[in-house]
Design a protein around this ligand. Structure first.
Ligand code: ADP
Length: 276
């Protein structure tokens, strides 16, 4: 009978879940030190976001929540998955954390073994593991170092190999804790160039404002246990009052090269959201 065909309904397209969604996150260490006191923020997939704040603000504590090493109260979702025991394995395979100290990630007898450790643990075939080791080391400019012992490398090289151990897992979200600490200028430039070119969501936890600027488009300021400002990184870094109020300061002589890098006038109309 004409007109009796069911009408085809368009398949609803749900947007991808945010990379990170934190709502009213609270955390205190067992000794009672309350570090996170109601942290709220959302990072969408594909963003590059710096979490900046003075020493002791709780940046590392927050970072350790992103793969469930620390667990606070409130709602924390990573790629749509609530951070709870049953999801930790999946979350840790999709979120790669490069710790401040590369020694925390390098513990086997050769560079190749260190980089292979994660993919092998994921149960991947030997050939696939070898390909990932080769590609990850090439991505950080450490191809040819496969048989070297990590403890014989320079600090900058160790940092790059530690980054490769994470890249070999093909993470969707890359979290870097103080990526520039203890690096000389050349090693710092190399790491910035490598990280900038990676096509993943990036979260950079740092008190190094120039490196935050070089790697990220957006910044969140964490202070007194909360996110107190959220906006485009240029707007945050140009707000000297905001920086000073949160014990942050650009190094003397550092000028934002936004007119060169991002087009003259790109700061106009940018909004920083102050939460306090
Ligand atoms: P940031 O990374 O911003 O420098 P942290 O997250 O390392 O800050 O530290 C935040 C606060 O938590 C500081 O006051 C620090 O002394 C405290 N803290 C860090 N680790 C512990 C711990 N294991 N036990 C108790 N307090 C801690």
């Amino acid at each position: 009978m004409p007109g009796s065909y069911p009408t085809l309904q368009p398949v609803p397209h749900s947007p991808p879940p945010p990379a990170v969604e934190a709502r009213d996150l609270h955390f205190a260490y067992p000794d009672g030190t309350a570090v996170l006191r109601g942290v709220d923020f959302t990072i969408q997939q594909g963003e590059s976001v710096a979490i900046i704040g003075p020493n002791g603000a709780g940046k590392s504590t927050l970072l350790l929540h992103l793969n469930g090493i620390l667990r606070g109260t409130g709602d924390l979702r990573i790629l749509g998955l609530p951070v709870e025991t049953k999801n930790l394995r999946e979350i840790r395979s999709r979120v790669g954390v490069v710790f401040q100290d590369p020694e925390d990630q390098l513990f086997l007898t050769s560079v190749a073994q260190d980089v292979a450790f994660g993919p092998a643990n994921m149960g991947l075939e030997k050939d696939e593991v070898e390909t990932r080791v080769k590609d990850a080391l090439a991505a950080v400019g450490m191809g040819g170092f496969e048989d070297r012992a990590a403890h014989h490398l320079s600090f900058g090289q160790k940092k790059r190999v530690a980054t490769a151990t994470v890249l070999a897992m093909h993470p969707e979200v890359l979290v870097l804790d103080e990526p520039s600490s203890n690096l000389d200028p050349k090693a710092r430039h190399q790491l910035v160039d490598i990280v900038r070119g990676l096509p993943v969501t990036k979260i950079v936890v740092t008190h190094d404002l120039p490196v935050a600027y070089e790697l990220c488009e957006r910044a969140l300021i964490l202070a007194q246990g909360r996110i107190v400002a959220d906006g485009p990184i240029e707007a945050i870094l140009l707000d000297t009052g905001l920086l000073a109020a949160n014990d942050l300061e650009l190094p003397h002589g550092f000028a934002l090269p936004y007119s060169l890098e991002r087009g003259a006038g790109s700061c106009s109309g940018m909004m920083t959201q102050r939460m306090t």
